[in-house]
Design a protein around this ligand. Structure first.
Ligand SMILES: O=C(O)[C@H]1O[C@H](OP(=O)(O)OP(=O)(O)OC[C@H]2O[C@@H](n3ccc(=O)[nH]c3=O)[C@H](O)[C@@H]2O)[C@H](O)[C@@H](O)[C@H]1O
Length: 436
């Protein structure tokens, strides 16, 4: 394992999706200005900033309930008067040059942020989400009402496995792009409910690709893969050229399978497909099943937390990546995606196929995460250090983002900057964040 560089920096040269303009003296601004710095004296400052943000995300997110043990209930309701016209309105870009994007998983953590960013800069956006009960549905409903509705993004309640619904949507709207973020997430939950991973990450992906490839003017696809595909690799940092045939979880295996399935559809049907490998994404409106979220909750409730450790007290670390950088990466991937070449299921020529890492490039150890949380919460955690269970976790993730810089960085400055309205909840959150 290499020496860790626990300094937070963010994906460089990727255009901002646009939001409020922070005060230049604020920590939030500084946080975003930091780029690829590796000097150790800055360790404490940046780690503190990172954890400060996390603490505020926790306080500002609705309460969570644990994931259910068995099949995931979903909500599906669509059709009826006005439904089609609301979809068409939401799909309409502000100008003739804007994209028309279907965002699957729009009520999810990344989906909500990406949908709002696309809409704010003038693209037409239709969201699709099944509002399943993997974690507290209140959080998903809140993202819808407080982020998506306010931004003017209409969210269709439905499942990517509902082919009739997908065909109906593609019949109503000519989508130029699909941002496919709907998935069963979480590496450890795969031991509890393995079939939910197959249903969402394999069946759902294939259903979507089947409908997309059959459409008359095929949209380009940008979709969420995962850093977990690097599995048990010990060489860091992770490059897209590295092997990805040793998954440590069923989640990782389904994401890797997704990459191969995507390749087959690209090859056979001429679909333009970009897979983005996200590295442990954190931020406001985040997922309650992620460690930064439930550690904070448990520390405050004086409950014991388990800190994973490798054999011989080996460090466990993650390349925690801030949501804004991921959103910028998604938007840049959409902007740089070439058109699909196929038409109505027939390939007309070679199409673009990309797989790109989107990570922070600076792993932070779980011990560090917890120690800074303790400091900010002013509560000593009841820690139990345990050997990392063999249920999906890997010792370290660390992104090499040379390809992202090359492929996505060149659109810098071309994306229009917009602001959230003053009364948007996101502004209040960011306001709090940058006063930390
Ligand atoms: O990049 C990804 O592809 C994945 O990122 C995220 O997975 P992870 O990186 O595992 O994040 P997360 O659970 O927050 O654990 C963080 C750290 O805490 C450690 N950890 C965790 C639990 C615990 O009880 N103790 C502990 O030490 C744990 O060992 C780890 O080192 C997404 O959830 C996943 O959906 C996928 O997108």
């Amino acid at each position: 394992m290499t020496q860790l560089k626990p300094i937070l920096s963010h994906v460089d040269n990727i255009p901002s999706a646009g939001k409020f303009k922070p005060d230049k003296s604020s920590l939030y601004y500084i946080h975003h200005r930091l780029r690829y710095q590796t000097s150790l004296p800055k360790l404490t400052i940046w780690s503190t900033i990172f954890l400060s943000l996390i603490v505020f995300f926790f306080f500002l997110s609705p309460p969570a309930t644990p994931a259910p043990r068995r099949g995931l209930r979903t909500t599906t309701s669509y059709g009826g008067s006005g439904w089609e016209s609301r979809i068409k309105l939401s799909a309409k870009p502000r100008s003739g040059t804007g994209h028309t994007v279907l965002v699957t998983g729009a009520a999810g953590f990344i989906g909500a942020h990406a949908s709002v960013a696309l809409k704010r800069r003038g693209d037409g956006v239709v969201g699709l989400d099944n509002f399943n009960h993997y974690y507290d549905i209140t959080l998903k409903k809140s993202r819808k009402s407080k982020l998506l509705d306010r931004a003017g993004v209409f969210v269709v309640e439905g499942d990517i496995n509902d082919v009739v619904l997908l065909r109906k949507l593609f019949g109503l709207v000519h989508f130029t792009h699909v941002l496919h973020l709907a998935a069963q997430a979480g590496v450890r939950y795969a031991m509890v409910n393995p079939n939910s991973y197959i249903r969402s990450n394999i069946d759902g992906l294939v259903n979507l690709l089947e409908v997309v490839k059959s459409s008359i003017a095929q949209p380009a696809i940008v979709w969420a893969s995962s850093s977990s595909v690097y599995g048990l690799n010990s060489k860091v940092s992770f490059s897209e050229k590295d092997r990805t045939d040793q998954p440590a979880s069923l989640y990782a295996a389904t994401k890797k399978a997704g990459e191969e399935i995507a390749h087959a559809y690209n090859h056979i049907y001429g679909l333009s497909i970009t897979g983005l490998r996200f590295f442990t994404v954190y931020g406001p409106w985040g997922r309650p099943d992620m460690a930064y979220f439930f550690f904070t909750k448990d520390i405050l409730n004086r409950k014991q937390i388990s800190i994973f450790e490798g054999p011989n007290h080996g460090t466990i670390a993650r390349d925690f990546t801030y949501i804004d950088d991921i959103v910028k990466g998604c938007l840049s991937a959409i902007d740089t995606a070439k058109k699909s070449t196929g038409n109505g299921g027939k390939k007309k020529g070679e199409a673009q196929f990309r797989i790109i890492n989107l990570g922070n490039t600076s792993p932070v150890s779980v011990h560090k995460l917890v120690s800074i949380l303790e400091k900010l919460l002013k509560v000593k955690a009841k820690k139990k250090v345990v050997l990392m269970p063999r249920n999906g976790d890997v010792p370290i993730t660390h992104a090499n983002i040379s390809l992202a810089r090359m492929e996505l960085g060149r659109v810098l400055g071309e994306v229009k900057k917009t602001s959230f309205p003053r009364n948007n909840l996101a502004v209040e959150e960011y306001g709090l964040m940058y006063r930390v």
